[in-house]
Design a protein around this ligand. Structure first.
Ligand code: 5GP
Ligand code: ZN
Length: 111
């Protein structure tokens, strides 16, 4: 997708601090972390919203969650972590390419 910042990161047109990549997902450091560890996990397939899930995207998301769980200890998240998907602008979604926030590296509050 043209003008999608995360597609540009996936293509390497915008630099990022990548921590994991395979054929279908990329995990990189959030530029404005709100926890000691704040990563973003994006599918390489562009779609904007969780509400645009279809069967194949739902299967991809399932594999992605499994991958995050498997990778967590090696990412410094062995003590626990929080996954967040902001769906829509009123939830705070600012980048319109589906992404999972991975938060951890410290004890997380709940407000
Ligand atoms: P949202 O608010 O859409 O759920 O989350 C978007 C996230 O993307 C924010 O946490 C923001 O800090 C991060 N972000 C926005 N632009 C960039 C960028 O160019 N590079 C990186 N690494 N993160 C970005
Ligand atoms: Zn995109």
């Amino acid at each position: 997708m043209e003008n999608c910042i995360f597609c540009k990161i996936i293509k390497g047109e915008i630099p990022s601090q990548k921590v994991y990549e395979d054929g279908e997902i990329l995990i990189f450091k959030d530029i404005n972390p709100i926890a000691k560890i704040h990563l973003l996990c994006v599918p390489k397939e562009h779609f904007a919203y969780l509400s645009e899930l279809n069967d194949s995207r739902a299967a991809l998301l399932g594999r992605t969650l499994q991958k995050i769980a498997t990778l967590a200890p090696s990412l410094g998240l062995g003590d626990g972590y929080r996954l967040v998907i902001n769906q829509g602008e009123s939830a705070g979604q600012t980048v319109h390419h589906l992404h999972i926030h991975i938060l951890g590296g410290e004890t997380l509050g709940w407000e």
